[in-house]
Design a protein around this ligand. Sequence first.
Ligand code: GLC
Length: 496
Amino acid sequence: MDAIWLTPIYPSPLADYGYDVSDYTAIDPIYGNMDDFEELLYECHQRGLKVILDMVLNHTSSEHAWFKESRSSRDNPKRDFYIWRDGRAPGKPPNHWLSVMEGSAWTLDEGTGQYYYRAFLPEQPDINWRNPEARRAMLDACRFWLDKGVDGFRLDVVNYLHEDEQLRDNPRKIGIRPYEMQKHVYDRCQPEDHDVVRELRSILDEYPGAMMVGETYTDDPAEAAAYLGDGTDELHLAFNFDFAMTKWSAGRFQRSVGRWEELIPEAGWPAYFLSNHDMPRHVNRLGRIGDKGVRARVAAVMLLTLRGTPFLYYGEEIGMPSSSVPRKRLRDPVGIRFWPLPVGRDCARTPMQWNSGAYAGFSRVEPWLPVDKSYKKVNVETQIREQNSLLGFYRRLLRLRKEKPALQVGKYRALPGSDMGMFAYFREGEEDRIAVLLNFTNRPFTLNGKAARIEGGPWRILLSTYPGKEGGFLPDGIILDPGEAIIMEEIKELEK
Ligand code: GLC
């Protein structure tokens, strides 16, 4: 089943690209109205596509009616919807917690003389999930969309919902940015989060087929996996950020996958992504200048053949690069604040490149961010025509994935070789067996001797990043061309 995840489309003052929601049950007029949304949903369903919305449960916009009320006076009934505290001393915030985005996580509200907590921007006050009414209001918003027929949610920073009730300071650690110089023991991944996720799961379970994937934003995959509960009672899927932080190394990726496989509960299911809207695109992050997209293909084969649900970020299928957005066109508050440090996120958010026409076919009017300069060459229309384009390659991979049960549900088992630059694994289904060999190096890869035979076989090549090898058999000894990725299928006894 395929699905589209839409980043937030609700009314928002856009302090953080819509992750500052001012109304959870409406559509921002810049995108259209509720009728348009319903039509989109209907048309997607007609085409067998599911639609997942981005639910921002941790915080609202400071322009949300609840927050406006909450900040209006200390005894307003909505005061406790948010996290208000007195300072430690005049001019001193309640504790030393930091915002993911900038400075202290506390903002002083002059009107009422108290600080409110916000893990992100001052325009994104955190909801107090210990307040039963706030909790109910948020969960009702989820129901609203499920009743409309959406197929589930991507839950924004779901591991940030609660903070330590006693506001204990985090232990210090070594890091580059101030936020990384704290161990986030008390301001994220709190045990109370799991009650909320379990309640959400029971709501989703009332809607057959509904799914939720959590943005479990932590550098420790074990913390992320904890949000899968026993595999049946919390999130369906959790994002593992380790994969997005891993350098181009067969060993690193193999270890990352191995660890994730171990952490996923028996009844659970892994998920993988390489790029998203919060980081430079992986063609740049993992690629080498002038490698002609070789690594992009190896990465695509890996992402689409591992055991788990792959998430593709728009434009990665045509190799859209991270864009260098000029300073005066920046929109991302993080990018603006830390310029020229390369931490801004606009680079990954430029318009989709459909064709080589005006605004890359994305828009008839000047878009919010400039189109990347690569659009004349890197666009969908050109790649549909081109032989061996990256887009064509993604399509072949996706087709293969749909055809082969082992690629969908088969078990994952790693093969040796990662210490030499080859990440290789089996996907073993009940009926079929697939082997995937990824040469992470730019040298030919040859293995002689015992290790060079892949057990079982014979192995027929279903797909290679070197055209012309398909249909052939893997020669004796494992031989891969530089940067080659191969998918092979074991030929059954009868056919031999
Ligand atoms: C998540 C989103 C990011 C946003 C942040 C605050 O990390 O992916 O884009 O800025 O949450 O909502």
